[in-house]
Design a protein around this ligand. Structure first.
Ligand SMILES: [Ca+2]
Length: 510
């Protein structure tokens, strides 16, 4: 009997050992303002053979969305699992913008560190404070040039090699923040509007040894429906493609490092982007053109779905629960600004096993600012049929950021509008700037989100509006949204209202 038990115990130990050896690592590959410029999503012009290869050993999500279409806020969501209004990163982190997550936020790097998983970040970090987002290994814009750690793919490859060569016995979480294909005109115009010449070996551009620049013909690029079809915009897209191809080659180099280190067969890989492309209706917008993201998940233990696509509706808030699930870590119970903090995202590991029949049909989004001057709070709920956007600051024009303002595409829109020339665009600047308080779209039949149904007299649409508004309110409540009563009321939740928080009307008719 004793012998039998010993064998059983040995077997269980071996099984546990096998399991922990199996579930080892996570690699996040994050594009900066990347969109669907890849064969993975049927763009046959922009060459991305490495993303294509990743898709062949992974599951491609066709309905993935960011929680907020702005760099730092989105990265804070990716690393905390909490929407920006809940984690405190209301806008950009750098310079005068100076936004930070709340000190109490239990972020992914913190939770992984507690579980003895080695954490690393290479490239763009763009979140703070350090105490909330600490990494064991950090080569970011905080201690390097962002161009070097975010766009020089040879340098990034060597940093990945360094990270992988240290402490080989511990499982790791490695986050790669590519700076491609972010715009460049605002910070480094000498390298082109997208830094497409940076490191190409020509005079004054430096050389990235591993990069084989791909140049695109403006006549051949695919102009998205939400960008004007003009030579200026096409030239801008061609430049963007060149930097997408650099990112793609970087992905290839990093995956090769993983393979050389013998870790490719036990690493969960997620490729996505932080926000929409920096074109009109993209970044800083929560139309689908700014909210939908590329999303590929490759797991060595879920080969049954390799090369397939999923129609599950997923959000970047799902990354934290997915990674915690992968490492079998529980999210802690704690309080954030007087309210219990809880994750509203879900692990995607079940989707890697089989297409879900339910439970992945709704996503939410929440935006407050981008730059500090750009206050334009929006809340969104989207399901498979409808999307509701609440623009709280609807009486002010939609703001434009410094980087996008000087871009060739936006300047082209301005110049054509001023000169009363044809825009070749699906909107006017007037329509772009001035939005209704509530926007309700039938996203099945109106994919461009042009016909606002919020004031429809149709009984069914009216019912949809009421239900979606209710759903949005419930989510705002669940995520402790301080904007829950805006812009028509004031939230009173202290003193006499501590036990019965209320939205109290300002009588401003909204
Ligand atoms: Ca970004």
């Amino acid at each position: 009997m004793l012998g039998y038990n010993s064998v059983l115990i040995t077997f269980i130990i071996a099984l546990n050992g096998l399991f922990s050896a199996n579930c080892r690592n996570v690699l996040i590959l994050l594009g900066d303002d990347a969109g669907f410029e890849t064969q993975v999503y049927n763009n046959s012009v922009c060459q991305t053979p490495n993303l294509d290869q990743l898709a062949k050993i992974g599951l491609v999500f066709n309905n993935a969305y960011t929680s907020v279409s702005s760099c730092s806020p989105s990265r804070s969501v990716i690393m905390s699992g909490l929407p920006q209004h809940q984690n405190g990163m209301y806008g950009l982190h750098q310079d005068e913008h100076h936004f930070m997550s709340f000190d109490q936020v239990q972020s992914l790097p913190l939770l992984l560190r507690k579980a003895d998983i080695r954490t690393g970040i290479i490239g763009k970090k763009h979140v703070g404070p350090e105490s909330v987002y600490p990494y064991d290994y950090a080569q970011t814009e905080e201690n390097n040039s962002i161009l070097k750690v975010g766009r020089n793919i040879t340098h990034m490859k060597l940093l990945v090699r360094e990270f992988l060569n240290q402490n080989k016995s511990r499982p790791f979480f490695l986050y790669i923040g590519f700076h491609d294909p972010h715009r460049c005109g605002h910070t480094n115009p000498e390298y082109g509007s997208f830094c497409q010449w940076f490191g190409n070996g020509s005079q004054g551009m430096g050389l990235i040894p591993d990069w084989k620049p791909v140049v695109y013909d403006l006549d051949k690029v695919t102009v998205p429906y939400f960008v004007q079809d003009t030579p200026a915009a096409r030239e801008d897209i061609a430049a963007q493609y060149t930097t997408i191809s650099r990112l793609d080659q970087g992905v290839g180099l990093i995956l090769d490092e993983l393979k050389q280190a013998g870790q490719l067969d036990d690493t969960l890989i997620i490729y996505t982007s932080d926000n929409g492309i920096s074109f009109p209706n993209g970044r800083t917008n929560l139309y689908d053109s700014g909210m939908a993201e590329p999303f590929i998940v490759s797991s060595p233990y879920h080969k049954q779905r390799w090369g397939q696509t999923s129609s599950a509706m997923v959000s970047l808030v799902d990354i934290v629960p997915t990674v915690l699930d992968w490492f079998s870590i529980q999210y802690p119970n704690y309080t954030l600004l007087k309210h219990p903090a809880q994750l509203t995202g879900k692990s995607l590991l079940p989707v890697l096993k089989a297409e879900p029949q339910s439970g992945f049909d709704t996503v939410y989004a929440s935006h407050n600012l981008h730059e500090v001057t750009m206050y334009y709070p929006m809340r969104v709920v989207r399901d498979r049929n409808f999307k509701l956007i609440h623009n709280m600051n609807f009486r002010m024009p939609f703001p434009i950021d410094q980087d996008f303002y000087i871009s060739p595409t936006f300047q082209d829109l301005l110049n054509r509008t001023r000169g009363k020339e044809p825009l070749n665009w699906y909107k006017t600047l007037e329509k772009y700037y001035y939005r209704d308080q509530w926007e309700l779209y039938d996203v099945q039949n109106d994919t461009m989100e042009l016909k606002n149904l919020a004031n429809s007299s149709d009984a069914h649409i009216k019912e949809v509006f009421v239900q979606m508004r209710q759903k949005l309110l419930q989510w705002q409540n669940l995520t402790s949204d301080p904007w829950i009563c805006s812009p028509g009321s004031v939230l009173e939740d202290e003193g006499n209202y501590k036990l019965t928080p209320q939205c109290m009307s300002m009588d401003n008719k909204v």
